[in-house]
Design a protein around this ligand. Sequence first.
Ligand code: NAD
Length: 477
Amino acid sequence: MSDRTVSYIGGRDVDPVDGNYSVKLDPRTKAKTADVGNGGEKDVALACDAASKALPAWSDMRPSERGRILVDIARRLREDGQHIVDIESQETGKPGREMASLLDLTAQYFEFYGGIVNVMDGEVINVGPDYHVYTRRDPFGVIGVILPWNAPLHQAARAIAPALATGNTVVAKPSEHTSGSLVAFAKFAVAHGLPPGVFNVVVGKGAAIGPAMANHPAIRKISFTGGLKAGQELGRIAADRVLPLTLELGGKSANIVFDDADLDAAAKGSTRAFTWNSGQWCAAGTRLLVQESIHDAFVEKLVANVAELRLGPQFDASNGPITTEAQFEKIKSFFAIAERDGLTPAIGGKVATGSELGSGNYIEPTVYTGVRNDMEIAREEIFGPILCVIPFKDEADAIRIANDSDLGLAAGIWSQNIGRVHRVAARLEAGRIVVNEYSGGFVQTPCGGFKYSGYGREQGIDALSHYTQLKSVIIRL
Ligand code: NAD
């Protein structure tokens, strides 16, 4: 990858106005990979200016024409996007096999929203013969997109594709830890038909760029994916500006295994639920609720599955390293917290080392049993491969424990009893319920949180209503 990552504004590279850079390290080797520009308010102003200038032509373009450009970018991405994947793999440490599926997912967002924009419409409302009343879905204008580091391209695509499809232009801010792939993707999109200025990327730190974006008058809506603290800070500014927000925040999701489940499938799926992307996954199933009658037998199966995971930098590794130093330190601190609370791991419980792991930041996938739901380890989002196993008695008990959390992003249910599945799914306070597997859903399925996990929705058709504002036209005949 290039040794300098700078903003991409109006179709060209733009060095940080104040001339400052931070150093980016490869989490697999700790070798320096790039100097990343530290943009700020002035850089945001440049990007907002470019996005505002590009807006009239883009929003006036026929939806079918915008859609065609987006679908074409998706096709090109599948054919020629490997260099972007390589950058993200180096920035995040994600194994190559995971990155290949994430590239496919990124392309799917552009296909889905590029196609659906053709059937997006308002409606005619019948209020009587003396009126003609209809609604339109108008773009907001310039949309700010603020992103985390755990799955950069995927999270960018799910916000940027619907924003662009509906006629908005975008100023995106990737995480300062993983900016290179989004800059490369924006360049790729412009090289393959997107008009310059429609999709701009400002790189730099959150505290400098986030508030500057929220305060800039050209920005008319922000889609934020990240942690609670930054989301709340953004929300305070947004309240003053009456700025609409979508907040996609963290999770501490319950994954519930009933005694009538297919236990082999549940053990496999529950392993992936907390270890995918080394646990750096907002929707990770990190509270595993297991019915008492099968608890010991199930934990045995689970631990056997966890023992098979292979960490490392290789293409087909199950888990890569932890992406940032700060996150690595945070995860390690939970080993001490667990020990303080009298917990011993059934497997894992320490930093993973070995010649094949070099100096990378690897964590052993870890399972704690005998966890109570009121313990710190069961309440805080860790964002690493640490699982809390919590026993429950019956259906009501499982629902009570699952909902006893400030967060409500996702949940899993493992059961062969269809009545139970629907009863429990209806009562769980979470934005996505997955049954008899534990996955991230589909491009077509809405994603978002209950409670402190956020509001608004990305993905699916419903996201279109978060990137447009409804207007009523009332005509007296
Ligand atoms: P973070 O909140 O530290 O950073 C997210 C983004 O916000 C970064 O680009 C950062 O630079 C920026 N930022 C930081 N301070 C800001 C401020 N004051 N104003 C505006 N922007 C600011 O989060 P992270 O560590 O990058 O990501 C991990 C978090 O993201 C976890 O909590 C995870 O659960 C959450 N997440 C949620 C989803 C979802 O879909 N709900 C998906 C992925 C990650």
